[in-house]
Design a protein around this ligand. Structure first.
Ligand SMILES: [Mg+2]
Length: 434
């Protein structure tokens, strides 16, 4: 055993461990375990009933065990006596293949075999809203173009600086915080790193931001489109591939965009599977009100509508801000942190294996000149279209496992059906008198 958590608890004054896992819908689930019981839990895991979470299991399934990854340990900065641990799910002596952290680990193993390491960073946007979630919390945050608004940012200094201080102490190397393009919306950036660590940090960042906001009498939401007229919460992912010697595999100084042939294949894979990937990157009914949205009060949605890529141009699904790196702009705040990374890696590796061509770069403003992009594929208009695309995707089924895709599509279809059984005021208004 590399790290003895019972010993670490004594050294660091940890009284409780929060053994946490992310289910297929990205809900963080935990058991709070006293340090006195961690020795056994570290070896055998904390027990859960899988059906009680969003996993493809029945009430008749045996116990599922969350075995913590000691390398992921984070002492809660706002309550250091609690240690958070990401964990992997096991059942009947085997890993649960249709669980997000295992699905990401399988892609990482495949990448390693092919000689690659995926490094990523995520840009988690969120809104600070009132406790009931119906409006933004800051009544004075009313600028038509609120992006980078100094006054609104400084009115939230106490919350933002507490979260940023925590990231500094945790060694994440945060480097900037800003007010984003929607009223009440913020973004905080920290360094990129190996994709599993980014997924763990992404999961923890959401917990931390929500908790610290709550401690300040606010509510933080990562909901993709909490207000129809305002810019939604994206979760852009910056990705680069490295080899074992630490060389960047996607960079080529001779190419106009600074991309290697391998980079174009990686991009080709993501472009090829884009509609299916939406089911993972934009996993909720609400997600589709962020992509394909009409212009917001600030003038732009900053979200993509089409399966296109450009240079340093934020109106496309993929931006190439620098040589050797992509910014995937499709993902939103509801994306499961592990499935987000697993989807990028699975599609990119498939593109490399199949030598996929991403097609031509478009150097146009997709918001105002989209009509010029002849034949550009539209992104799915709703969750159902995305789920059908994922269900039919031979590429992602092969890359991520057919049974895993079946489990995900099955549960998400149930969610879609539940949404369809919900009567809205909009349809009453338009249909009551027909
Ligand atoms: Mg942003």
């Amino acid at each position: 055993m590399a790290v003895d958590l019972a010993k670490v608890a004594k050294e660091k004054g940890i009284r409780y461990f929060l053994i946490s896992f992310s289910d297929l819908f990205g809900v963080a689930r935990s058991k709070l375990v006293p340090a006195a019981a961690i020795k056994d839990m570290q070896k055998n895991g904390a027990g859960f009933a899988g059906f009680a979470a969003w996993l493809d299991m029945t009430p008749a399934h045996p116990d599922m065990f969350a075995i913590p990854d000691p390398d992921s340990l984070i002492q809660l900065p706002w309550k250091p006596e609690v240690g958070w641990l990401a964990s992997d799910l096991w059942m009947a002596g085997k890993p649960v293949e249709a669980s997000p952290r295992i699905m990401l680990k399988r892609q990482i193993e495949k990448a390693k075999k092919a000689g690659y390491v995926l490094k990523t960073g995520v840009e988690c946007e969120y809104h600070l809203v009132t406790a009931d979630g119906t409006s933004i919390a800051d009544e004075n945050d009313i600028q038509e173009k609120p992006c980078y608004d100094q006054a609104a940012l400084m009115r939230r200094y106490d919350v933002i600086s507490e979260i940023c201080d925590a990231m500094l102490d945790l060694g994440w190397n945060p480097y900037q915080n800003d007010h984003e393009d929607g009223n009440g919306q913020f973004e905080m950036n920290w360094d990129f790193t190996d994709c599993l660590e980014t997924a763990d940090r992404h999961t923890f960042f959401k917990l931390m931001t929500k908790q610290i906001a709550e401690n300040h009498g606010l509510r933080a939401t990562f909901m993709p489109k909490p207000f129809m007229e305002l810019t939604g919460n994206g979760c852009h992912c910056h990705a680069s591939l490295w080899d074992k010697t630490g060389k960047k595999c996607l960079f080529d100084g001779k190419d106009e965009m600074g991309l290697s042939p391998l980079a174009y294949n990686f991009l080709g894979g993501v472009m090829h599977s884009a509609e299916a990937l939406c089911a993972l990157f934009n996993p909720t009914v609400n997600s589709y009100k962020r992509i394909n949205a009409p212009a917001t009060t600030s003038g732009a949605t900053w979200a993509p509508n089409t399966v296109t890529y450009g240079g340093n141009n934020r109106t496309h699904m993929v931006r190439i801000p620098d040589g050797g790196r992509f910014e995937f702009r499709l993902m939103d705040g509801a994306a499961n942190p592990y499935l987000l990374q697993a989807g990028v890696l699975a599609a990119g590796l498939e593109g490399i294996a199949e030598k996929r061509d991403p097609g031509k770069r478009l150097d146009i403003d997709m918001y105002s000149e989209g009509h010029k992009a002849q034949g550009a594929r539209k992104l799915p208009l709703n969750l159902l279209d995305a789920l059908r695309a994922l269900d039919k995707s031979k590429s992602l089924r092969t890359a991520m496992g057919s049974e895993q895709i079946d489990s995900y599509v099955k549960l998400k279809m149930q969610e879609w059906n539940s949404y369809c059984h919900h009567l809205t005021q909009w349809e009453r208004d338009r249909t009551l008198d027909v």
